[in-house]
Write a protein that binds this ligand. Structure first.
Ligand SMILES: NC(=O)c1ccc[n+]([C@@H]2O[C@H](COP(=O)([O-])OP(=O)(O)OC[C@H]3O[C@@H](n4cnc5c(N)ncnc54)[C@H](O)[C@@H]3O)[C@@H](O)[C@H]2O)c1
Length: 442
């Protein structure tokens, strides 16, 4: 099939590349000329395991190409995917300006029948808006061309996006048209060759809602466990043991019940907010979803507050080594990362921060922490430790899992670790003479 994927970010680039890998002819479009120029030269704008090799292979096979011009890439297109950003608007709702801009351009330029797919995460009712926008442009041009708008929300995880896309747990397709559903089924069937068929079809509105509900459910599990961690700390229970105790119940399960420094990233924070807003717009006060967000906002600062309780409010002259900046391992994405909030708070209180992350240092230096003074970046985790008063672990990258604790002790001024991801063995650290602070353990 001939596919056009509009928006070449995490979702668009991964989807487009994986569709090409399955033998489709894919053109990925972006308004960011710099990004497209780089992609043309084989420079991948994001870090995602396995992506670079797959992009290069498909470019050389001529199944994948890049362009800034949507107008030149609709003529032979069977399916056009809208995969642009849907950032949080000022009032918490999803800002649809990029999605509707693309819809307008599609309406202005399409010449043959088309299936238009909303792959971006968009609130219920967006497909109707996309349809109306395209219709309006066709009317202006005084032409009648058949098109159908389908919802196909994306569930990939940054850091494991290629695996998720190539072997999906499920693909949700919301469509009110049989022909469009058939095209989508044909497109996705090859992805289920080695597994059972996991394509779930439904109406458009239910598909739009499914994406928000999935993210809100996962965010709820995280906030629930963080709240439990805070209670455990007050009553003298160990949340790490409680976690294992409840996870063994198959109705609960182990995933997404790790206590930590709160969720971040480009999706959960904005999607939870947008779902709350959608409920509100429809006259419903989504109390639980609001609480998930409130708990998370507070949780991001729990580890900073522990540091302040240990050293006092004045951190002048204190050096804090920070391991991990990305919102989770295997990505350079720092959107809404707890590290941003924690580092800002430490610096506000006078601390000097020595930071290292395997992939997210450029993002931090040039964007998210650009204006934050007193942060120095190092090329390795051990370099951050020299004369440090404490080490703070914020992202559970594999390279942080089993560090050489003797090296830590020899470099640091104080043998103190604040663990925002509860990944170390407390007994081991205490036996080595460390003071060890974690989430949910007094
Ligand atoms: N990042 C994830 O893990 C993830 C997972 C599932 C769903 N989503 C959803 O997918 C959507 C895209 O997310 P992302 O993380 O890939 O975003 P992103 O910000 O990484 O990329 C969006 C891209 O769209 C481009 N763009 C904007 N307007 C355009 C236009 N008019 N024409 C062409 N290109 C345009 C931007 O230049 C940018 O490169 C969002 O709705 C997001 O919520 C993201």
């Amino acid at each position: 099939m001939n596919l056009t994927v509009i928006g070449t970010g995490y979702v668009g680039l991964v989807s487009g590349t994986c569709f090409a890998e399955m033998g489709n002819n894919v053109t990925c479009i972006d308004v960011d000329k710099n990004k497209i120029d780089n992609l043309d030269q084989g420079i991948i704008p994001i870090y995602e395991p396995g992506l670079e090799a797959m992009v290069k292979r498909n470019v050389s096979n001529k199944t994948l190409s890049f362009s800034t011009k949507l107008s030149e890439n609709l003529d032979k297109c069977d399916i056009a995917f809208i995969a642009v950003g849907t950032p949080m608007g000022d009032d918490g709702s999803a800002d649809l300006k990029y999605v509707l801009q693309v819809a307008k351009e599609i309406g202005e330029n399409m010449t043959t029948p088309l299936v238009v797919v909303d792959k971006s995460t968009v609130p219920v009712g967006t497909a109707d808006k996309v349809k109306a926008t395209i219709e309006k442009e066709l009317e202006k041009r005084n032409v009648s061309i058949e098109f159908h708008v389908v919802s196909n929300p994306e569930f990939l995880k940054e850091g494991d996006a290629i695996n998720d896309f190539m072997k999906p747990d499920r693909v949700v397709v919301g469509s009110d048209n049989e022909e469009a559903s058939k095209k989508m089924t044909n497109l996705y069937t090859p992805f289920f060759r080695s597994t059972s068929n996991r394509l779930i079809t439904m109406d458009v509105r239910s598909a739009e809602m499914t994406k928000y509900v999935a993210n809100a459910m996962l965010a709820t599990k995280i906030s629930f466990m963080n709240e439990i961690a805070n209670i455990c700390e007050l009553v003298g229970a160990d949340v790490n043991k409680v976690r294992i105790g409840i996870g063994s119940d198959s109705r609960i399960g182990y995933s997404f019940i790790y206590p930590g420094s709160g969720y971040g990233g480009s999706c959960f924070p904005k999607d939870v907010k947008a779902l709350k807003k959608t409920a509100q717009e429809n006259g419903y006060n989504a109390q639980l979803i609001g609480a998930v967000e409130d708990v998370n906002d507070k949780q991001k600062l729990v580890i900073a507050n522990k540091i302040l309780s240990k050293f006092g409010n004045d951190l002048k002259g204190k050096k804090i080594a920070v391991w991990g900046l990305a919102f989770k391992p295997e990505t350079d994405d720092m959107r809404e990362a707890p590290a941003i909030y924690i580092i800002k708070k430490l610096v506000e209180h006078g601390a000097e921060v020595h930071a290292y992350d395997p992939k997210a240092m450029d993002e931090a230096q040039h964007f998210y922490l650009k204006d934050v003074p007193n942060v120095t970046y190092y090329n390795s985790k051990y370099e951050t430790l020299k004369d440090a008063d404490a080490m703070v672990l914020l992202t559970e990258w594999k390279e942080f899992r089993s560090p050489d604790f003797e090296e830590l002790k020899s470099q640091m001024k104080n043998s103190i670790i604040f663990d925002g991801r509860n990944q170390y063995n407390e007994e081991l650290l205490i036996s080595k003479g460390f003071e060890y602070f974690q989430i949910g353990k007094s």
